[in-house]
Design a protein around this ligand. Structure first.
Ligand code: H79
Length: 462
């Protein structure tokens, strides 16, 4: 596998015009995606039998990866890897606690690995013994999560890997798959996938998203994608399907090249610098440390500041942030993740209004002090760098505005029109070290300053 660098700052990738995009024009698609676009923030959970080795195999520890990829990275014979199943006994798993941690952080959906590349089913599938059924854990984690999600009013979504290192009929069979024999048969593999997806989409109530992955290997084709897409929608017509169902993804940037059947783009471990304009739906998935599945020696945790600003960066460029947790084989979130979720929750409690249901910043040019999101006639200015002189310059000209700190709506801030733009007079110190939100309510149409319209200083590329 290719090195996946954890990008903690804004990516400097150039935006590739309108060429890389996921078409969402038909009204039906817009309706289907409306909850997702309003949600802006979700929790990814990578949980599977790989949390038993937790990054270490036969004294070997792989640099940076080797969490959920340990079978492939260490070329572990399937017969050996199978021995992790009896050791997977997450008695401390508490679906209510997990869901509570997600909702408390302000997350509106949870995407959990029902089956990762190792083929291990995290539910009691009738179609394979390779899964929870092979463990001493006599419960169904997906059922418990589905019940708690419904109870808490948050959407449950399933990740499902197309590539399967375990199944004898996935045609790119690994040399270390020592339990498979005979010739792989893709038709039988597809029938197996459909059977498993039918279980996932009929046992747990309405599912928000099917989050496919592992689509890049040769046996998977556009024709398979079209057929599977139709099948999935026949089971749950309103379900959202990510673009990785098809063969269109452009690298880790995650957007489509050409026309695919998926609903939205999936940048991985990076945040697009400028988004992709209105009508294009996307979600950046990122780890909290460097690994998706639990890895006991990965201590490279991002700061809460980075995580919150990543979320703001996504919202201000019109996308969602899907932040990962890798629970242990005991069924616990790592302490470092719990602390960060709580701190994100504190910020979201105060400032969620500036994230949910917002659209991208109307400004083309980079704002040096922070980011901007928009909802109707309101702009939310997320100030990362509080100006030392207390004067915040917003690129708006000659507009009738009212401005206030989000947390003190009763106290209006002084505003002044200048040739450079709108100057908002701020209190001496930042109310929030990570991002302080200022609301600017504009009467009439929002008109960015001249250089923003392209008839003054040319907009800077970033
Ligand atoms: O589940 C997590 C990872 O295990 C899985 N996706 C996230 C959500 C994943 N991580 N890294 N990879 C998959 C590496 C895949 C890299 C590549 Fe490619 C496959 C490089 C070339 C083929 C990505 C897909 C870039 C081009 C196609």
């Amino acid at each position: 596998m290719v090195a996946v660098a954890a990008i903690t700052a804004r990516s400097t990738l150039p935006v590739q015009g309108g060429e890389l995009a996921v078409s969402t024009t038909p009204a039906q698609n817009v309706d289907r995606l409306s909850w997702f676009n309003a949600a802006r923030f979700g929790m990814f959970i990578h949980w599977g039998v790989y949390s038993v080795p937790a990054g270490e195999w036969a004294g070997k520890s792989m640099p940076d990866h080797g969490g959920e990829w340990i079978m492939e990275d260490c070329k572990i014979p399937v017969s050996e890897y199978a021995k992790f199943a009896p050791q997977f006994h997450p008695e401390q798993f508490n679906a209510r606690a997990w869901v509570h941690m997600a909702t408390n952080a302000g997350m509106k959906y949870i995407v959990i690995t029902s089956k990762h590349h190792d083929g291990f089913a995290m539910w009691r599938s009738d179609l394979s013994e390779w899964g929870i059924r092979a463990t001493p854990f006599e419960r169904d984690p997906l059922k418990e999560l589905a019940d708690e999600c419904r109870h808490a009013g948050i959407r449950l979504c399933f990740y499902y890997s197309i590539m399967d290192w375990h199944h004898p009929h996935w045609p790119e069979r690994r040399a270390w798959n020592d339990t498979a024999s005979g010739t792989p048969d893709m038709e039988r593999y597809v029938a197996y996938m459909k059977g498993q997806l039918k279980e996932l989409l009929s046992r747990y109530g309405p599912i928000g998203i099917l989050w496919f992955d592992g689509e890049w290997e040769k046996p998977w084709t556009h024709a398979h994608a079209v057929d599977l897409h139709r099948y999935v929608r026949s089971l749950q017509p309103d379900i959202i399907i990510n673009n990785r169902i098809d063969k269109v993804r452009q690298g880790m940037g995650g957007m489509d090249k050409g026309q695919g059947v998926g609903d939205y783009g999936t940048p991985e471990q990076e945040i697009p610098a400028n988004g992709f304009g209105p009508g294009v739906t996307w979600e950046s998935c990122m780890t909290m440390n460097n690994t998706w599945g639990y890895r006991k020696d990965d201590h490279k945790w991002k700061s809460t500041q980075t995580l919150i600003r990543n979320l703001i960066d996504c919202a201000s460029t019109g996308g969602n942030y899907l932040l990962n947790i890798g629970p242990t084989a005991e069924g616990l979130f790592p302490d470092a993740s719990i602390v960060r979720l709580e701190e994100i929750g504190d910020w979201m409690n105060q400032n969620g209004e500036a994230i949910y249901d917002t659209t991208a910043s109307p400004f083309k040019q980079e704002i040096t002090w922070g980011r901007c999101t928009q909802k109707g006639d309101k702009l939310f200015l997320h100030v990362y760098n509080w100006p030392a002189d207390g004067r915040l310059l917003a690129p708006l000209l000659n507009q009738k505005v009212k401005a206030w700190l989000l947390r003190t709506p009763g106290r209006k801030l002084k505003c002044k029109d200048t040739p450079e733009g709108l100057v908002i007079q701020l209190p001496a110190s930042a109310p929030d070290k990570i991002a302080s939100v200022i609301v600017v309510q504009v009467t009439g149409k929002i008109l960015p300053a001249a250089h923003e319209r392209g008839d003054g200083t040319p907009a800077q590329k970033r």
